[in-house]
Design a protein around this ligand. Sequence first.
Ligand SMILES: [Fe+2]
Length: 208
Amino acid sequence: MEPTLIAPKLVAVPQAIPEKVLTTERVGISRRTHEEHLKLWQGYANKTNEIRKALAELDVDPAKANQIYSAMRALKVDYTFAYEGLINHNIYFETLGGSGGNPNGKIAELIQEAYGSFDRWVADFKSTGIAGRGWVYLAYDHEEKRVFNYIGDAQNTFPIWNHTCVLAMDVYEHAYFLDFGTARAKYIDAYLQVIDWDAVNAKLPTGA
Ligand SMILES: [Fe+2]
């Protein structure tokens, strides 16, 4: 019996950089950088949809799957790169364009609890950003009920189960090269001044 085909659910493609994000020009992260970045963000959404459509139409006969190369393998591996790329950028742009500096609300308490002080968290976050090849994720761990700065290389490394990512800093060169050249540390210093902590708090799960 042929497996039933269903229409794939598609993601919304971002159409514009949120207005508040453009205020990062005050710290040197330019409109031009964001406008170029939007094209990449859209690319992750478009490719997510393309893969979902391809999977919906794929012949899923297990005899055709192969761990060295197969359509199933190629689609499933690249799917996480595309979809995680979309999610990472959603979080990046949702939590950018605030007043930065000291956090407020519940996230301030969670940072204090996990790192002892905001200064220590900043040093850890910045250091993680320099040590990473693509991302830093501040995520809430539902197992231990605390936050941690995770390192990311590609779009799909290294998320972890049972966490909620509440802040994602893009440290791929496209996020800063136009404005800061290779000086990633200066970009991170600027980024820290424009985090939207209210948006971060809003992403925390209920009961965190
Ligand atoms: Fe990016």
